[in-house]
Write a protein that binds this ligand. Structure first.
Ligand SMILES: NC(=O)c1ccc[n+]([C@@H]2O[C@H](COP(=O)([O-])OP(=O)(O)OC[C@H]3O[C@@H](n4cnc5c(N)ncnc54)[C@H](OP(=O)(O)O)[C@@H]3O)[C@@H](O)[C@H]2O)c1
Length: 306
């Protein structure tokens, strides 16, 4: 019998991490975790960021590291929140690099989250890893710093990939929740001008992409993790209304979204920035999607299916 494989999940308590934990366990992997608090259990199974010895023990001998840690970006971008968003991504990445360097048997693969938001607001053409243009502004600065921190680590025995993840949809809605809530309230019309592109990935395909990238020893560097079925906001909201049975769909102008965002202490970037992330590396490598179509993915999520 094959020895079970071991994955280390950093930031395992979140939306993606919880899904990954269940999926890896279902596929008979041993799961170890790193987080703000050690989860307890046997020594070497979990570690907190401030315990260098435990970090090394958790990583030593593991097959795969997936880092999902990062303070939520669903907040107002004031100075304090901005600093926390940046530090929680850069410092955790640096800490993992130092811990891997201390390992006798480091993981052979390290997949570190990044974001599809690293590209500019694109309405004219898709952004691939090769010819995409990086944007400007706070979120892009964070993504650049995050990827630079990964690149700067010296891990000669560990292959590194930066996952440029699009908006993740999945059971319970994930990033879809605000869209679904508006649709239920009859406000599921287009947002702002409605021409902004919506790049997304179902969390099951994100998991499958992670397994695929673990196996593909020839792929490293930034990889776009998105479905090829990119739609504009008008079409997105039509599909959301259909999935949630909302007949009325009053559009929301950008000024009202900005006002609403202040009231609920968030930013409008999620809905107003045009993300057009082309998964060129995955497609060229022959990755097969389980949920390639947005309409079907939304219907499944609305019905509470995995
Ligand atoms: N969801 C998306 O649509 C999406 C899209 C692109 C990129 N991403 C990136 O993918 C990663 C996972 O996303 P997610 O949706 O699962 O996020 P999430 O639900 O907010 O979970 C992120 C995890 O990061 C850890 N964390 C939170 N604050 C932290 C801090 N101040 N310092 C260190 N760790 C902290 C927590 O794990 P512990 O409690 O275990 O410490 C938390 O469960 C994030 O880095 C996110 O930016 C997500």
């Amino acid at each position: 019998m094959n020895k079970p494989k071991t994955v280390v999940l950093a930031g395992a308590s979140g939306f993606i991490g919880s899904y990954f934990r269940a999926r890896f366990e279902h596929d008979d992997w041993t799961v170890r975790t790193i987080g703000r608090r050690a989860a307890g259990g046997a020594p070497g199974q979990s570690a907190s960021w401030d315990d260098d010895g435990a970090l090394t023990r958790v990583l030593d001998g593991a097959d795969l590291l997936v880092n999902l840690a990062g303070r939520s970006v669903h907040c107002r971008y004031n100075a304090r929140n901005k600093a926390a968003i940046l530090a929680s991504r850069v410092r955790t990445t640096e800490a993992l690099g130092r811990a891997i360097a201390r390992c006798q048997e480091p993981p052979s693969v390290w997949l570190n989250s990044s974001t599809g938001t690293i590209y500019r607001d694109a309405r004219d053409r898709p952004q691939s890893e090769e010819d995409g243009e990086l944007g400007a502004g706070f979120s892009v600065d964070v993504a650049r710093a995050w990827e630079s921190a990964l690149e700067a680590t010296d891990t000669p025995r560990t292959r590194k990939v930066a996952l440029r993840i699009a908006i993740v949809l999945g059971p319970g809605g994930g990033a879809l929740r605000p869209f679904a809530t508006l649709a239920r309230l009859g406000l599921g019309g287009h947002m702002g001008v409605g021409t902004q592109q919506f790049s997304w990935i179902h969390v099951e395909d994100l998991y499958r992409a992670v397994r695929f990238l673990h196996a593909r020893t020839d792929i490293s560097g930034p990889v776009n993790i998105a479905s090829p079925d990119v739609v504009d906001n008008r079409e997105l909201m039509q599909l959301v209304r259909r999935a949630y049975g909302a007949r009325l769909g009053i559009p929301t102008p950008a000024w009202l979204l900005r006002l609403g965002a202040v009231l609920i202490r968030t930013e409008t970037e999620l809905v107003l920035k045009s993300r057009w992330v082309q998964p060129a590396k995955l497609i060229d490598a022959g990755f097969i999607y389980r949920q390639p179509e947005l309409g079907r993915a939304l219907l499944a999520i609305a019905k509470g299916k995995p």
